[in-house]
Design a protein around this ligand. Structure first.
Ligand code: GLV
Ligand code: MN
Ligand code: MN
Length: 420
């Protein structure tokens, strides 16, 4: 690759300051962030990001599903860009770093290149992917999924929240329904920096996770239907209690997760009880299941077990059951030359590192389908994420950003990676 400037580094305190400033938007009393996809707060976060990118000399493109791309021109602007980024939306009880770290680490790469007056061969772009979390609009990663051709645009725009509002309507309302086509353009590579969201790096005293794989996922929606009835006069043996059935399925989901150790994760995270009145036997319960495993065959076995358990429990509790798998992706292996670029970044910066499999889903899992991709993880304190106390340190944040800078520069150099 080109000769790298001897003072190749990023500005860790500027990165930290930007993280803290972005964390004000949707700040919660417990120190976290609630900035749910396509709300007014999401708009404010996007606006701030766009302003910072314009100030850094980038041009902004917004596609039809609201993905934002901030571009720093390359020496040869006809080369396919090197992309980095992540998401700005959060969980309802989210933290300051999940997603936003990868976005602002990308911005810090651009700001640092500006400081160094360093012109890359290929352009560098920072992406903000719409609705990564999937908490308001299921499934997660839907907009990077459309970008990668995994979902139709109409499917993405028609995803609705529990109040029936669609992504398309909400994008238009907050002014982020862009007009650029979604995906379908050449890229040289994609790198996503993220907090680990698990305990391994911190426990082993390592600063960087070189992410080689991401585990597969299956998401389900299940409705159990019984009969509403009075909580007083209805004898126990006559009841068709949908919540009793749901409780047994929750137990079965946990059992399936425990059976497939090591590696399986099994969660019921959302439940709606109808009519949700303390003296009415619940007539209908809607709930979700999230299954994950690094091995697709095990994930398929978990699927079969869930279906059998739901049928058995519904029969036992005299309920009707509906089960729909709404989201599936197979385990992902990240591309060798991008993983190697991250490893070289680790060597050049001298940080300690280990290989890792991502437990969480990331936009990188879909983008990997259309361009060579890898990820950089940094530790988070006690492995806690999707929680307001989620925390990392300024030193870890800076270290991951330095590694990201090296990986991006390697792929943005004609001699080492960028393509038309
Ligand atoms: C996204 O945060 C996921 O892994 O579910
Ligand atoms: Mn995330
Ligand atoms: Mn998340």
């Amino acid at each position: 690759m080109d000769t790298l400037p001897p003072n190749l580094t990023i500005n860790g305190s500027r990165l930290w300051q930007s993280l803290m400033e972005m964390a004000q938007i949707g700040a919660t009393p417990k120190g976290g962030v609630c900035r749910i996809a396509l709300t007014d707060l999401d708009k404010q976060g996007r606006d701030l990001f766009v302003r910072w990118c314009r100030e850094a000399g980038c041009t902004i493109t917004i596609d039809r599903i609201g993905n934002i791309f901030a571009r720093r021109a390359g020496r040869d602007d006809s080369l396919a860009p090197v992309l980095t980024g992540s998401h700005l939306d959060t969980q309802p009880t989210g933290g300051k770093f999940d997603g936003v770290y990868g976005v602002l680490a990308g911005l810090e790469v651009i700001r640092s290149l500006n400081d160094l007056n360093y012109e890359t061969d290929a352009p560098v772009e920072v992406a903000v992917w719409t609705n990564e979390e999937g908490t308001r609009f299921a499934p997660s990663m839907v907009a990077s999924g459309v970008f990668a051709g995994e979902f139709d645009l109409d499917y993405g725009l028609s995803r609705a929240d529990l109040d029936g509002k669609t992504m398309g309507e909400e994008l238009a309302r907050i002014g982020y329904a862009g007009d650029a086509p979604v995906g379908g353009r050449p890229l040289t590579a994609y790198f996503e920096a993220h907090i680990e969201q698990g305990p391994i790096l911190e426990a082993e005293g390592k600063t960087i996770g070189v992410v080689t794989d991401a585990q597969g996922q299956r998401w389900y929606e299940i409705t159990l239907t019984g009969q509403e009835a009075h909580a007083g006069p209805t004898p126990m043996e006559r009841r068709k209690d949908a919540l009793l059935g749901a409780a047994r399925v929750v137990e079965a989901v946990n059992r399936i997760g425990l059976k497939h150790q090591p590696g399986a994760c099994a969660t019921v995270g959302l439940m709606q009880i109808h009519p949700n009145s303390r003296n009415v036997i619940p007539g209908r319960v809607f709930f979700t299941v999230d299954f994950r495993h690094p091995d697709d065959a095990v994930l398929a076995a978990m699927d079969a077990e869930l279906r059998a358990e739901v049928a058995r429990i519904a029969a036992d509790t005299k309920l009707e059951s509906e089960l729909e798998q709404i989201f599936y992706y197979a385990p992902v292996r990240f591309e060798e030359s991008c993983v190697a670029a991250v490893r070289r970044g680790v060597e050049r910066t001298g940080h300690s590192a280990r290989d890792m499999v991502s437990g969480a889903g990331h936009d990188a899992c879909y983008v990997a389908k259309v361009t060579p991709t890898a990820m950089v993880f940094i530790p988070c304190v006690d492995g806690i994420s999707h929680n307001e106390i989620e925390h990392t340190t300024p030193e870890w944040a800076a270290a991951g950003c330095e590694v990201l800078l090296h990986a991006v520069l390697e792929k943005a150099s004609v001699s080492a990676g960028s393509s038309r």
